[in-house]
Design a protein around this ligand. Structure first.
Ligand SMILES: NC(=O)NCCC[C@H](N)C(=O)O
Length: 417
């Protein structure tokens, strides 16, 4: 492991440091009517979600040196009164409730952290507030357990997300404060800080950004990540470099494909998981190649699909189909985050158990399927060869994401390509 705190040059290198978030009461802070406003497909049951999430953290703790918890990192930085004040001023200003800063400053670090995740109720002390449908002055963060999206470690620095939906903006502010101040993470700086964006047209979320190699990124142009933001990334990330290639995949702007990682994840040096209808099939998404040098785009080429564009860079990939070969199960399992695998070492991945046809396809592709609980209890050792750890996740997936969405890798070993 290198000395650097942040070092993330691939989607697959052996994982050393990762950030996750065990969901709290924020997850139930909605009604069926408001669920869609906070980007959920349905209301979830926290107890069930917690049992499932414990499998993710249990497995990661077996295979990774540093599993960091968002809800532990936050109170750590809030112990510093100056950091606490700066963050509260930003959060309260964002939601137009500057008057809450003093109140919130009186909380200790642990309680304030809980409060920030769970939200602060709107005092119904004026007629305008009384009749307002909003329950919260500072809204809760039910999507915080998708740690992938509001911050991205790319190479030796971070990108602070520029969130497409208002309900996720606070997450980016909290994570920025953590990456600026936490002894385990601070010091390497940002390529880009999305909380300072000047335009609502500039949005980028981590589910769309795949760090393939030190010279190659794949980015989804999606409901969440705008073309303007991708241009900005091309500029910022290629600064001081002879060459950076970015392949952009144009996603349908629909709920099932909010991010690229819902249809495409990398599993090994030569193997990817994909939702065939949009990646390899007849209706595959268009791809663009942006060739960049030192802050500028040299040229842009268009390709009929991602596989063809990736071949340019010597990536001859095996495509495992989410949902197997049957279009009916492909569609069902993509919806329940079947393509959204997290890779914690080359050929070692974790994903949801309920996506049976996907696991079968992985098995056919040479991955041994292992149960998460068996790894956690040491009943089974992680196989040396390719393996897919299967965890329960039917409740978690109803929040709209899978294992890649719930993990934010900070440090990985280099890959032996
Ligand atoms: N990378 C991902 O696809 N993350 C899942 C985010 C789901 C969350 N409910 C959202 O809509 O933002």
């Amino acid at each position: 492991m290198s000395e650097a705190k942040i070092s993330n040059y691939s989607e697959i290198g052996k994982l050393n440091t990762v950030i996750i978030h065990e969901p709290g009461a924020e997850m139930e802070n909605m009604t069926p009517e408001t669920a869609h406003e906070v980007l959920y497909d349905d209301i979830l049951t926290l107890d069930l979600a917690l049992r499932e999430h414990a499998q993710l953290s249990g497995v990661l703790n077996k295979v990774t040196e540093n599993v960091l918890e968002f809800k532990t990192l936050l109170p750590d930085v809030l112990e510093d009164p100056k950091v606490k004040l700066d963050l509260l001023q930003d959060v309260c200003a964002l939601h137009g409730h500057n008057e809450l800063v003093d109140d919130l400053m009186s909380f200790d670090a642990a309680d304030l952290s809980t409060q920030l995740f769970q939200g602060t109720l709107l005092k119904k002390n004026t007629l305008e507030r009384y009749i307002s449908p909003s329950r919260h002055a500072i809204p809760p963060l039910p999507n915080a357990f998708f740690t992938r999206d509001a911050v991205m470690c790319v190479y030796d620095k971070t990108i602070i997300g520029s969130m497409a939906h208002r309900v996720r903006l606070t997450e980016a502010l909290l994570l920025k404060s953590i990456f600026n101040n936490h002894p385990k993470l601070k010091g390497q700086g940002f390529h880009f800080d999305g909380t300072k964006r000047k335009s609502e047209q500039l949005t980028i979320e981590g589910g769309d950004l795949l760090v393939i190699r030190d010279d190659l990124l794949v980015i989804g142009y999606s409901e969440r990540t705008s073309a303007r933001a991708i241009d900005r990334m091309a500029e910022k990330l290629s600064l001081g470099r002879e060459n950076l290639d970015i392949v952009v995949v144009e996603l349908p702007k629909i709920r099932a494909t909010i991010h690229l990682d819902m249809i495409f994840t990398m599993l090994d040096v030569d193997t990817v998981m994909n939702f065939a209808p949009l990646i390899t099939g007849a209706g595959k998404c268009k791809a663009f190649h942006l060739s960049c040098t030192n802050g500028k785009i040299n040229y842009i080429n268009e390709y009929s699909g991602l596989p063809k564009a990736l071949r340019l860079f010597g990536l001859e990939l095996n495509f495992v189909n989410c949902g197997g070969d049957n279009p009916f199960s492909q569609e069902r399992e993509q919806w329940t985050s079947g393509a959204n695998f997290f890779t914690f070492a080359p050929g070692h991945v974790i994903g949801y158990k309920h996506n049976k046809a996907t696991l079968e396809a992985l098995n056919k592709a040479g991955f041994e399927i292992v149960d998460a609980n068996d790894i956690i209890t040491d009943k089974v050792q992680l196989p040396k060869g390719k393996a897919a750890v299967a965890m329960d996740g039917s409740e978690l997936s109803r929040g709209g994401g899978g294992c890649r969405c719930m993990t934010m890798p900070v440090h990985r070993d280099a890959v032996n390509w």
